[in-house]
Ligand binder design. Structure first.
Ligand SMILES: Cc1cc2nc3c(=O)[nH]c(=O)nc-3n(C[C@H](O)[C@H](O)[C@H](O)COP(=O)(O)OP(=O)(O)OC[C@H]3O[C@@H](n4cnc5c(N)ncnc54)[C@H](O)[C@@H]3O)c2cc1C
Length: 397
C-alpha cells in the first residue's frame, strides 16, 4: 500500500514537519515520500490542508465474516523436541484472553515425534492441541510451517493467533499474516482484550522505544501478534491428574514448492542466546567493564556461580561481547534469581529487561548511579577490585 502525492501539492512542507519518521522531503515544490521508511501512520494525511495526499483505503472484511472467527490460538514453538518457555507463556496469556472472550484456547504444535509435548500443553491448560506430526516438519522451514498453519487457520477461523517473537516466530508470523491477508503486531509486551468489540489490544514499544503504542486490527481476522519471550507469565501445570483438553492429530499436505529449501545441518552459534532468558544467575557487564579482556573476569565469576554473562547495549556496541548477550528493551528480558550488574549505570532501557530478577546486586563506582535504585544490594567500588575478591571467595568455597 503506497501513499500518493497528488497534483494539489504546493510544497508547503506541513506534511514533512508532521512526519515522525522524517521520511518526507520537499523537492521542486512538491512533497516526496520515502515509501520504504513510511510506516503508514497517517500523520501527513492529517496535516495536509490541501487534500494533496491520498491514502488508499484498506479493503475491509465484511462484519459477517469477522463474526465467523472464534477462539484463541497460540503457536507452541518447540526446538529439538522441547517446548520453548515462550510456548507456556503464551498459553498463560492466551488463557486469560480466552476467558474474557468465553472461547476455547487451542495450541498449535508442529514437528515430528512430539506427542509428549502435546500432553505437556494439555497439562498446562490447552483446551485443544492441534498436532501436525510429520518428518517434513522435524526442522523448521518457513514454507512447510506456513502452509500447515495457514490452511488450518483458513479452515477453522480463530479470531486471535499468537506466536512467540523468537527468531523462528519473527520469520513465520509475517509470512502467515501476508498469506492470511491480515495484520500483525510484532514484539508485543502487553496484550489485553475488549470483551464487547472482541478487539485484541496489542501493546509494543514504538518509535525506537520512546513510547508504547497500542495497536488494534479492527477489520481483519485473525488478529495476529508476536509476543516477546520472558514478559508474560507461564501457564501453571493443572493439578488434576487427567487434563480435560483434547489432542487432535491433523493431516499434513505439502506441495513440492514448499520443500525446495533443505536443512543440511544445524550449527549452534552461541549457547547464551538460547539460555539467557532461562538462566538463574546472570553476571552482566556494561561500559564500566572497560574492555573485552575484562569480560573474561565476568565469565569466570559467572562460571563460579553457575550462571551466564549478560551485557548492556553500551558493551555490545563497543564490540566487547555479542548482541545475543544484551539485556534490556532491545535485548533479552531476563528473570534470574541473581542479577549481578557490573559497571552498568542502570538506564531505563536496561532496567526494563531485569524487572523480573529476584535479586539485583550492583557494582558501580558512582554512588549516584541509577542502577542502585533498582538494586537489592549495592557495592560502591571499582569492579576491577571487587570482582577478583568475589572470585577468590567463591573459588575458596
Ligand atoms: C531505543 C533504545 C533502546 C535501548 N535498548 C537498550 C537495551 O536493550 N539494553 C541496554 O543496556 N541499553 C539499551 N539502550 C541504551 C541505554 O540507554 C544506555 O545507553 C545503556 O544501557 C548504557 O550502558 P551502560 O550502563 O553499560 O553504560 P553507561 O551508561 O556509560 O554506564 C557505565 C557505568 O559504569 C560505571 N563504571 C565505570 N567504570 C567502572 C568501574 N571500573 N567499576 C565500576 N563501575 C564503573 C559508571 O559509573 C557508569 O555508571 C537503549 C537506548 C535506546 C535509545
Amino acid at each position: 500500500m503506497f501513499i500518493e502525492i497528488l497534483e494539489k501539492c504546493i510544497g508547503c512542507g506541513l506534511c514533512a514537519k508532521a512526519c515522525p519518521l522524517g521520511c518526507i522531503t520537499i523537492e521542486n515544490k512538491k512533497a516526496r515520500i520515502d515509501q520504504a521508511s513510511c510506516n503508514l501512520c497517517r500523520s501527513c494525511l492529517e496535516s495536509c490542508k490541501f487534500e494533496a495526499i491520498e491514502f488508499p483505503e484498506e479493503k475491509k472484511q465484511p462484519a459477517s465474516d469477522l463474526s465467523e472467527y472464534r477462539g484463541v490460538w497460540i503457536f507452541a514453538e518447540q526446538r529439538e523436541n522441547k517446548l520453548l518457555p515462550v510456548a507456556l507463556e503464551m498459553l498463560g496469556e492466551g488463557r486469560k484472553i480466552a476467558e474474557v472472550l468465553n472461547v476455547p484456547l487451542t495450541a498449535l504444535l508442529l514437528g515430528h515425534e512430539i506427542e509428549d509435548l502435546a500432553r505437556e500443553l494439555l497439562e498446562h491448560g490447552a483446551d485443544t492441541v492441534l498436532l501436525a506430526d510429520d518428518p517434513q516438519l522435524a526442522s523448521y522451514r518457513t514454507n512447510p510451517y506456513a502452509r500447515v498453519i495457514a490452511s488450518l487457520v483458513s479452515e477453522r477461523k480463530p479470531e486471535i493467533l499468537l506466536i512467540g517473537a523468537t527468531t523462528l516466530g519473527r520469520d513465520l508470523a509475517p509470512r502467515l499474516s501476508a498469506r492470511l491477508g491480515t495484520g500483525l503486531t510484532a514484539d508485543c509486551t502487553k496484550l489485553e482484550v475488549e470483551r464487547e468489540g472482541r478487539k485484541l489490544l496489542q501493546t509494543r514499544p514504538a518509535f525506537g522505544g520512546n513510547l508504547m503504542a497500542t495497536i488494534v486490527c479492527p477489520n481483519h481476522r485473525p488478529q495476529m501478534a508476536t509476543v516477546r519471550p520472558g514478559v508474560m507469565e507461564k501457564a501453571e501445570k493443572i493439578s488434576s491428574t487427567a487434563p480435560k483438553g483434547t489432542l487432535e492429530k491433523v493431516g499434513v499436505k505439502l506441495l513440492a514448492d514448499d520443500l525446495k529449501v533443505l536443512v543440511e545441518k544445524i550449527v549452534r552459534t552461541d549457547k547464551v542466546s538460547l539460555n539467557l532468558e532461562e538462566a538463574l544467575v546472570i553476571v552482566a557487564g556494561g561500559r564500566g567493564v572497560g574492555n573485552q579482556e575484562t569480560f573474561k573476569l565476568l565469565e569466570e565469576v559467572a562460571e563460579a556461580l553457575g550462571g551466564v554473562v549478560g551485557a548492556s547495549r553500551a558493551a555490545v556496541d563497543a564490540g566487547w561481547i555479542a548482541h545475543a548477550h544484551q539485556v534490556g528493551q532491545t535485548g533479552k528480558v531476563v528473570k534470574p534469581r541473581l542479577y549481578l550488574a557490573c559497571g552498568i549505570s542502570g538506564a531505563i532501557q536496561h532496567s526494563a529487561g531485569i524487572q523480573g530478577a529476584e535479586c539485583v546486586v550492583a557494582i558501580n563506582k558512582d554512588k549516584n548511579a541509577p542502577i542502585f535504585a533498582c538494586a537489592d544490594f549495592g557495592i560502591v567500588g571499582d569492579l576491577n577490585e571487587v570482582l577478583p575478591q568475589l572470585l577468590k571467595e567463591l573459588k575458596g568455597r
